[in-house]
Design a protein around this ligand. Structure first.
Ligand SMILES: Cc1ncc(COP(=O)(O)O)c(C=O)c1O
Length: 411
């Protein structure tokens, strides 16, 4: 039978006529398969899942109740377009209360989004012409890079190295890349490293962006989950609003991953351009969800409770992993613990990569992690593992430690 003509029609951005034919297995698929294999091989053994990148709990009951109430109202039924005023106003209030950022104009400097992922996907449409570049920290969340490339642009990788506190070295970027760059993507507290930014770093970013005519996109998905003092917003630094925007998500700060709600705020020109693009992609998040979001924003103590839980769990994890021989330290924020991968195990021999280690841990010890081999070999342990209560958290972490010790890892 001749090949389906549809195969010849796919766009190059998804692989063209080779779409769906690659036999390469990507990291997350490998983890999924290794987990399924481990479960099949010994179904009675509990799988300790430190690999998940989302909260283990549902949204707080008061927010769920707010949604129940709002979704029954006829006035909330229709298209939301570029969002309701109440959410914009609540976002401005929230920035002031939680981050000390005042003076945000809800009408021109805030817009909602159906999660931060779509916002990151759409922003390149507003800026990137063929040949333009995006500066992306690596390792990291790759969505803005993908869409830059889909627009004919290119990605300039800014390595995040431990010796620099996992902050990019902006002075190391070549003149050619600086000339082509229109967007800079940063994310603090950072996924996967857990590193936090400093006010000095953000000041440097503002100055860098101004000097090189670059728009800063600060992905603040984990910003509210901060363990050292008050959470830090890029917009709290003088001049930040002139050079960029920040994206806040309800996913991790309020345990609302599946609800799909975020907001973009900062520079009015950037917000207007994003609104223009967004209006051509979607018709806004369900108004009842936006109104429940307003309720959440007005109750930042929810996030404080969530952060306290991760803080407690991460401390247990740091102690346990240190005991096993890892070099582990409390992250500044997020719910991730990022540690150098072991070099070998008496049960395995030398490892070729963090990916190799991660597969071994799932198969041999039923412990799931996420490996990163971009800049050195690291494993990411997430504090969002399943546990019923505080005692159970302790039990899970102790069990992890026992299993890891038995592997006789060497670093
Ligand atoms: C760094 C980072 N940015 C953005 C997102 C996407 O978040 P949202 O649920 O708001 O789309 C994630 C999700 O894991 C993330 O880790």
């Amino acid at each position: 039978m001749p090949e389906d003509y549809i195969q010849g029609l796919f766009a190059e951005r998804i692989g063209g006529s080779s779409f769906g034919k690659s036999t390469k297995i990507y990291k997350f698929e490998k983890i999924k398969r290794a987990k399924a294999e481990a479960r099949k091989a010994s179904p009675a053994t509990e799988l300790l899942d430190f690999g998940v990148g989302e909260p283990d709990e549902m949204a707080f009951p008061i927010v769920v109740e707010a949604l129940k109430h709002e979704c029954a109202k006829p006035e909330n039924r229709g298209y939301a377009d570029n969002g309701i005023t109440e959410l914009k106003e609540a976002a401005a209030r929230y920035l002031e209360k939680v981050y000390g950022v005042s003076g945000i104009d809800p009408a021109t400097e805030v817009i909602h989004s159906i999660g931060s992922k779509p916002a990151l996907a759409m922003l390149p449409d507003a800026f990137i012409n063929p040949g333009d570049a995006v500066l992306m920290t690596v390792p990291g969340y790759p969505v803005m890079a993908t869409h830059t490339e889909w627009n004919g642009g290119r990605t300039v990788k800014l390595p995040l190295r431990e010796e620099n506190g996992f902050l990019p070295d902006l002075d190391a970027i070549s003149q050619e890349d600086l000339k082509a760059a229109k967007l800079l993507y940063i994310n603090y507290p950072n996924n996967p490293t857990g590193a936090g930014a400093t006010v000095e770093f953000f000041r440097k970013v503002v100055e860098f962006a101004r000097r090189n005519s670059i728009v800063v996109v600060h992905d603040a998905a984990y910003a509210a989950l901060s363990f050292e003092g008050k959470p830090l917003s890029f917009l709290s630094v003088e001049g930040a609003k002139e050079v960029g925007i920040e994206i806040h998500s309800f996913s991790k700060a309020f345990n609302m991953t599946g609800w799909r709600l975020a907001f973009v705020l900062g520079n009015a020109r950037v917000v207007a351009a994003f609104a223009n693009v967004k209006d051509n992609y979607d018709s806004g998040q369900f108004i009842a969800i936006q109104k429940a979001g307003v309720y959440a924003l007005d109750h930042p103590e929810i996030t404080e409770k969530i952060a306290a839980k991760y803080n407690r769990r991460l401390k247990l994890m740091v102690d346990a992993l240190t005991d096993v021989g890892f070099s582990a330290a409390m992250p500044r924020g997020s719910f991730y613990l990022y540690v150098g991968a072991p070099k070998k195990s008496k049960k395995h021999g030398a490892f070729a990569s963090a990916e190799d280690v991660s597969e071994f841990l799932i198969k041999q010890a039923h412990i799931s992690t996420v490996p990163w081999d971009d800049e050195g070999s690291y494993l990411r342990f997430s504090a969002t593992f399943a546990a019923k209560d505080k005692e159970d958290e302790y039990r899970v972490v102790e069990e992890m430690k026992k299993r890891l010790k038995a592997l006789e890892l060497e670093f």
